[in-house]
Design a protein around this ligand. Structure first.
Ligand code: ATP
Ligand code: MG
Length: 838
């Protein structure tokens, strides 16, 4: 290589220096870089390190109290010792560097080493690739321990249980930090009382709920229940007291500071007053910002000297109450706190949680803590009771209703009988990961209220659900939670999904990280302290995502598989209603609809030929269904049988209050519609005729003694074996439908008059695009052949339809390109079709 091993050329013709981890745009800059100070310095450090490595031995087995001097003395007999470096954990291992390689060889060839009666292990020092790790700038005030320091601290512990206690000790606010926060609250109380007589500043969030960490924000609720007016006059007296006015916008003060009747002021106006008081009258406060349009309007501020950030909300009584709830849970059982700390830190390291503003696709710490509590409610025996059970243990004075929501629970832990669960922290943490690695996020709603996962079907019908009934008259706002990839009901505000901001990707990451962690927790490295001074226990769990120990997501097991997740939000009301009525069988019903949509995408939109096929796995040929009834969906696990089961379930539940028979009829109709739709799509005109009368082939459902299925595939099955659904097709592709698609689309849209242009991204548009491509590429030969297996998962997996592709003969190597295109196109188009179901 022209510039040596440190330099690699990027595909775009730029250069990357691996040693310094920088990109350089061209050769001239690269030459400068190589001569520059940073590169030269790192090269020389690396050379020294390499020279040291060739002359050093790794020594372990000595007593904890052994000093560097004792080791140097001992090894002098083999040759002059240049340096002894003890590991930071002290006493577990050391590197002994000789001045010459002769000393090293002599030490290594010596058969036995012992010091003070202890047998020493002496090995050549491992050569590690030199890596430059830039030191991050840290705010000495208020900063968390670096991972490196934390790891050292944790490696010294004797057990995972002790490590978890140490995490708490390392992160929690010190007494002096707490005192300072309390003083700030006192100061704010004093200042605000001047302007808002009788007001109360109530801290909540992590500084109160016992899950505080050094840099946590200070969440405050300004309770104005007893405050009638804002007293502008007080400003002058406050100024006299403090002797100065910290005015960032002194010019605007007259416009804001006049007496105001709070009963007529809007929340935005009150927030502006709060912001003005903070800016002008609280020493040390800066960066004040009123966010009136947030879900919970808030004034954010920072305190210069204390180096902390704060939030003041004015309409947040529920948060104060849920803070008390978390505090109670923490006080109920000593294991809750260390568990929450460890999981919060793990989630932060894995970039799953902890975004400061609660928006965006990451989970906030509150939602994550609820996941921990829910897990503890589901241990056997439970560590924490369900909220409904706690309510039963409360006395009359503890009854509490906020905004129509029942927030009753005992104020003291003594009112709750202690848990009979005796698991240790190490087991519970491992349990947390396996619990959520197998959790059907898409198909369930987590209810801490009931302490169990509720089926998502209970929330698919808008006018259903007891939470919908509550307080309906008073508040016309929708009372059903916004469903998403993760659904965690707030324990009190039952219409609020606290994880509603998460997207599909965050949910997948959460699952994947839980799976990884669960796997690691089964290893000895997790459970036992390393005698060799290696990272063990929590330390490996806290490795940040994206570091080298962590492969790219799913890289190892990348198959030709596309998942269509269950997303209630995209389904039309009528379909949600049907799924709701189907109860436990909703997955199969949904699967039929997805299968139908997938076939429509291949056949109608991409102009493929699609035929039902026997399952390449265990093929139980159950014969052909007749005519249309079988259709393409005939290959799903006996759709008629399923419809019958669903109809039965509907008849059984009949919760919509409608006639069971009517429901039965509508579902039959819907199934028939699917098949009728399929036949409509078969009018694929100039495309290869499709044999719609091909019989369906059903894959045999696994029976109790069917041992041909692997344990892992068994795990993925739905709870009861007769609920699984699969389908198989054989497909032929005739055109390069993926090539230049964007250009064809653009040209097509340009050529059409505005009035007849199909909507962007619509099925109609994409169908026309394929037609244009097909006209350009007339072919008598099939381009590709592949089989497609579909299966619905759920129960101990996320509810989703998994589509597995097996290419046939592909000498031209086209399938990868086609598949790559399908990965984004197929889920999008399928969803478009599902949105339009009637
Ligand atoms: P940290 O500040 O360390 O991230 P925290 O528990 O204080 O943790 P915040 O995001 O600051 O979390 O939220 C403060 C409090 O507001 C929470 O403890 C909780 O009481 C309430 N809260 C936060 N998010 C929600 C939510 N989505 N739904 C209901 N209450 C919430
Ligand atoms: Mg907070």
């Amino acid at each position: 290589m022209e510039f040596g091993d440190d330099i690699e050329q990027t595909p775009k013709g730029k250069f990357h220096c691996k040693l310094c981890d920088v990109n350089v745009p061209n050769k001239a800059s690269l030459e400068d870089h190589l001569k520059g100070r940073k590169h030269q310095k790192l090269s020389s450090v690396r050379d020294t390190r390499r020279a040291q490595e060739t002359k050093s031995v790794f020594v372990s087995g000595f007593m904890r109290e052994t000093s560097q001097l004792q080791l140097a003395d001992y090894f002098q007999q083999f040759g002059p010792v240049a340096e002894v470096i003890m590991d930071k954990e002290k006493g577990v291992y050391a590197f002994v560097e000789f001045s010459e390689t002769k000393g090293l060889q002599s030490a290594l060839s010596h058969p036995h080493h012992s010091l003070e009666g202890q047998k020493l292990r002496v090995k050549p020092r491992e050569r590690k690739e030199f890596r430059y790790i830039p030191k991050k700038k840290q705010d000495p005030k208020n900063s968390l321990l670096s991972l490196e320091d934390l790891s050292q601290e944790l490696c010294q512990a004797a057990s995972v249980n002790e490590q978890m206690q140490r995490v708490v000790e390392s992160f929690q606010l010190s007494e002096s930090e707490k005192k300072v926060r309390a003083l700030l609250v006192e100061l704010l109380q004093e200042v605000f009382t001047e302007f808002f007589p009788e007001c109360q500043i109530v801290p909540f969030g992590s500084s109160v709920n016992t899950f505080d960490i050094h840099c946590c924000d200070l969440d405050l609720f300004l309770d104005l229940e007893n405050t009638k007016t804002f007293q502008a006059r007080a400003k002058s007296c406050s100024e006299q007291q403090t002797g100065e006015c910290h005015s960032e916008d002194a010019r605007s003060e007259d416009s804001i500071l006049s007496d105001i009747d709070l009963s007529t002021a809007s929340p935005a106006e009150v927030l502006d007053l709060v912001a003005a008081v903070l800016r002008k009258c609280v020493p040390g406060v800066h960066k004040v910002q009123a966010l009136s349009s947030a879900r919970l309007p808030v004034v954010k501020f920072s305190h210069r000297e204390l180096g902390l950030q704060g939030d003041i909300t004015i309409n947040n009584r529920l948060a104060v109450r849920n803070t008390r709830f978390l505090q109670l849970c923490s006080r109920l059982d000593m294991r809750v706190r260390p568990l929450v700390y460890a999981i919060r830190y793990w989630a932060k390291q894995k970039q799953l949680a902890g975004n400061p503003f609660g928006g965006g696709p990451l989970m906030n710490n509150y939602a994550l803590t609820l996941l921990v509590i829910f897990f503890l409610q589901n241990r056997d025996p439970p560590v924490v009771p369900a909220v409904d059970q706690l309510k039963e243990l409360a006395c009359e004075e503890e009854e509490c209703v906020i905004e129509g929501w029942d927030c009753t629970f005992p104020s003291q832990p003594i009112a709750v009988p202690p848990s009979r669960n005796t698991e240790d922290l190490c087991t519970l943490l491992a349990g947390f990961f396996s619990f959520y690695a197998q959790f059907d996020f898409a198909g369930s709603v987590i209810s801490l209220r009931e302490g169990r996962a509720l089926p998502i079907t209970s929330f698919l019908s808008k006018d259903q659900g007891e939470e919908g009934e509550q307080d309906k008259a008073r508040d016309p706002a929708p009372k059903t939670p916004r469903l998403g990839p993760v659904n965690v009901l707030d324990p009190f505000e039952l219409s609020h999904n606290v994880a509603g901001n998460l997207n599909e990707r965050t949910q997948k990451n959460l699952r994947r990280e839980c799976e990884e962690a669960a796997k690691y927790c089964r290893s000895l490295q997790y459970q036992r302290k390393s005698a060799k001074g290696k990272a063990w226990g929590l330390v490996r769990l806290f490795v940040p995502c994206g570091s080298s120990a962590h492969g790219p997501p799913g890289a190892a097991e990348r198959h030709l598989v596309i998942g269509i997740p269950f997303r209630a939000a995209v389904l039309p009301d009528a379909v949600r209603h049907q799924l709701h009525s189907a109860g436990d069988l909703f997955r199969q019903l949904w699967f039929e609809k997805v299968s139908h949509a997938v076939v429509t995408v291949f056949r109608d939109v991409l102009k493929c030929s699609v035929e039902p096929a026997g399952s390449p796995r265990k093929a139980g040929h159950t014969g052909q269904s007749s005519g249309k009834d079988a259709g393409l969906l005939g290959c799903c696990s006996s759709s008629s049988g399923l419809a019958g089961k669903i109809a039965f379930a509907v008849g059984q539940t009949a919760i919509t209050g409608g006639d069971g028979d009517e429901n039965r009829k509508s579902i039959h109709e819907e199934n028939n519609n699917c098949d009728v739709d399929t036949s409509l799509s078969e009018s694929g005109k100039e495309h290869r005729p499709l044999n719609s009368d091909q019989g369906g082939v059903k894959r045999a459902l696994p029976s109790g003694d069917d041992m041909t299925m692997s344990p892992s595939s068994k795990k993925q099955r739905l709870d009861s074996s007769d609920k699984s659904a699969t389908a198989c097709w054989h497909c032929l592709l005739w055109h390069r439908v993926w090539a230049a698609r964007r250009k064809v689309r653009r040209d097509l849209l340009k050529s059409l008059p505005a009035a007849s242009r199909p909507e962007g991204g619509s099925v109609e548009l994409e169908t026309q695009v394929t037609e244009c491509i097909a006209q350009e590429q007339p072919t008598a030969e099939k381009l590709l052949e592949f089989s497609l297996e579909a299966e619905v998962l759920g129960g101990t997996e996320n509810t989703q339809t998994v589509l597995k592709f097996t290419p046939g003969d592909d000498q031209a190597g086209l399938f990868q390109d086609f598949f790559h295109f399908l990965e984004s196109f197929l889920p999008k188009m399928t969803e478009k079709l599902l949105e339009k179901l009637e």
